[in-house]
Each structure stands twice: as C-alpha cells, then as structure tokens.
Ligand binder design. Structure first.
Ligand SMILES: Nc1ncnc2c1ncn2[C@@H]1O[C@H](COP(=O)(O)OP(=O)(O)O)[C@@H](O)[C@H]1O
Ligand code: SF4
Ligand SMILES: [Mg+2]
Length: 346
C-alpha cells in the first residue's frame, strides 16, 4: 500500500466515528456503564530540600466498569505517584480518589495490584502461593486448593503447580502474580509497569491475560501504567497521556495513535510506534529538550519549551480542555484546530 501524499494538508484519517461497528459499539457500551474509579483534581507534593515540589498537578479522569485504561508517559512524569494514591499507599495533597463512590483512604482488597517486581513467596510452591491469599481470607483449605488449581490452569501453568518461583521464567511468575492480584475479584486492577522486565512474548501473554480477566468479569476495571505503548495497543480501550505531572490528552487507543490532538502525544506516539501504512508520512523524530524541573515548571503550558506548535499564549496561559470525556486534549493548538489530528503538523 502506498502512503498518501499530504502536501501539508491535514491527513484524512478515519475518525473514531468511522471506525468499525464493533469498536463503536464497545465504546457505546463502556460509556453506558457505571464509573468504577473517579479521580478528581488530584495533586501531590513532596518535600524536597526547603521546598515542597508538586509532582502531580490537578489530575482528573474516570474509569468505567470493565474498561482497560493505559496511562502512558516518560519516566519521572508522575505515573507511579498517581497509581500509589489510587492504591491508597500515598495520601493526596489535594483532590479525591473514589472507588465505586467511596473515598479511598488506604490500601484495600477491593484493589488488586501488580508491580514490576514479582511478589511471590520463594519458599512456597505456585499452588501454595495462590492458596495463601485465599486461606488468609478464611476460605477452607479444600476449596482454596480447588480454586488455586482452576486459576493456575486458566493461565496455562498447570504443569508448574508444584514448582517453586525460582523454577519459573519471569513471564510465568508475572502470570502467577496476575492470578494472585485478581483472586478476590477486585473492583480495580492496578498495574504499574508489570511487563517492563519481560520479553515481548511474555508481555503479550500477560496483557492478554488481563484482557481475558476483564472479559470474564473477574476484575471490575484495569488501570495499567507504562512508558511502553506497543504492548498495550491491542488490549487497552483508552490511553491517558501524562507529561510533567499532568494528563494532557486522553482518548480511545486507536484514536490516540492515529488522530492525536496534542503535540506531545503526536511526538511521543511517533517515537514509540511504527506507524500503520496509511500514516507512514508522519514525521518520526525525537522530542527536543527534556522534561521540566518540577520544582520550577514553565508558566502556561508545561510542554511549551519543547513544542513545535507553541504560540505566545502557550507561554503564559494554562491551556484549555478541548473535547469531551471520551477524547480530550489540553492544548491551545487543539482549540484553534477543531477535529484536526496533530500529526499532520509535526
Ligand atoms: N517519595 C518521594 N519524595 C520525593 N520525590 C518523589 C517521591 N516519589 C516520587 N518523587 C518524584 O516525583 C516525580 C515523579 O515520580 P514517579 O511518580 O515515580 O514517576 P514515574 O512513575 O512516571 O517514573 C519524580 O521527579 C520523582 O523523583
Ligand atoms: S498548549 Fe501550546 S505549547 Fe502546549 S502543547 Fe498545545 S500548542 Fe504546544
Ligand atoms: Mg514509575
């Protein structure tokens, strides 16, 4: 397939509304469902030297029941801080985190967690590791054993029921950890870069396993934090793009990839993904400069010193939110170019 010449004109890419019926239907269903996670105006400051540094600023988003959302951003942009507050491991400086309408005030069994390091007991077999959490919750031994066998079978590791963690590969361990994190049917599964240390095929197995658990209604929703989009491209419903402690754009995954509205998203996606044939004309270049010092962030739009589309207003005024709950970007350029994908301009 030959890539179309653009001659500076906006690329004519399919909009979300033109996507296949099944994709449109899926989003219509998601947006009819209840909100499981509501994050509103969330900020977090840490003491550094004599000053407080705000590493997360006014973050708001929602996750609906059985939605798989991916939070994407470069290292240091505040992803783990956000996730730790949703997990209840850290208290916000301001703002709220509500799970099923109730404020999160600390860790709880209503949230399952998967992190990069594997949290298995090395002295227990796979079966006993899985049984451990169930026995702790008062499930009788025989029932815990049956349930553990069922779940381990579901992730294709029956042969390893009596193996110890050191006998498993990294990917296998992460599959067991994923099972563990969903045993109590959490309302929300929180995953902080759980696949970063895995090879590509193990990454795919773990992310598809998560998708399957969502489809089987074993978890209420998934929030998956990563700096690596390709592995999630096929499984995430929606992507939220973080930069310097803020969410700058959120939208359906394929729409973020093919019709980003924010210059940072466009540049980030261009640098991490091999474009589809129809968008091969997109310029792929690194983003000049580096993220700001959060102790002294730039005024106006935090991305303005690095943005090739920056205007005067961007250097002084907070950008507006442009779009709707399903897909929005905080950007002056997006406001002046309704509906236009930014890739065409980068
Ligand atoms: N406990 C802490 N005390 C001080 N600074 C912190 C603390 N935790 C995180 N930070 C800072 O907050 C910023 C965001 O960190 P983090 O949330 O870990 O980012 P990410 O997960 O996106 O890499 C970084 O500048 C980091 O140094
Ligand atoms: S608000 Fe301005 S500087 Fe910020 S991303 Fe948009 S165009 Fe660039
Ligand atoms: Mg992190």
């Amino acid at each position: 397939m030959t890539a179309p010449a653009t001659n500076g004109a906006p690329l004519l890419l399919p909009s979300y509304k033109d996507q296949p019926q099944e994709v449109r239907d899926r989003f219509r269903r998601i947006y009819q469902r209840q909100v499981v996670l509501n994050v509103e105006g969330l900020s977090k400051s840490f003491p550094t030297g004599n000053a407080m540094v705000e590493v997360l600023s006014n973050v708001s988003f929602q996750v609906r029941r059985r939605e798989f959302i991916c939070v994407l951003g470069a290292s240091g942009c505040g992803k783990s801080t956000l996730i730790r507050m949703i997990a209840g491991l850290e208290q916000p400086t301001s703002g709220v985190v509500d799970l099923d309408g109730k404020p999160v005030t600390g860790p709880g069994p209503d949230r399952g967690m998967v992190f990069q390091s594997y949290t298995l007991f090395p002295w227990l077999t796979v079966k006993r590791n899985v049984m451990f959490g169930l026995l702790e919750k008062g499930v009788p031994w025989a029932q815990a054993e049956t349930q553990a066998k069922d779940w381990v079978q579901m992730v294709g590791l029956t042969k390893f029921l009596d193996a110890y963690p050191h006998q498993l590969s990294g990917g296998m361990k992460q599959r067991v950890v994923t099972v563990l994190s969903t045993l109590l049917n959490p309302k929300l599964l929180i995953a902080d870069e759980p696949t970063s240390a895995l090879d590509v095929s193990s990454q795919r197995i773990v992310t598809e396993l998560l998708r399957e658990m969502l489809a089987k209604k074993l978890v209420g929703g998934i929030i998956f934090v990563t700096h690596d989009l390709p592995v999630l491209r096929r499984v995430a419903d929606r992507v939220a793009i973080m930069y310097a402690g803020q969410i700058h754009e959120t939208g359906p995954t394929e729409e973020i990839i093919n019709r980003a509205r924010h210059p940072y998203t466009g540049a980030l996606i261009g640098s991490v993904l091999v474009p589809e044939p129809q968008i091969r004309t997109r310029r792929i270049s690194g983003i000049k400069g580096s993220p700001p010092d959060l102790a002294d962030p730039p005024p106006g739009c935090r991305f303005h010193p690095r943005c090739s589309l920056a205007m005067d207003v961007c250097t002084t005024e907070q950008p507006p939110i442009v779009g709707d709950e399903r897909h929005y970007a905080t950007c002056w350029w997006a406001k002046d170019h309704p509906g236009e994908p930014v890739e065409a301009k980068l």
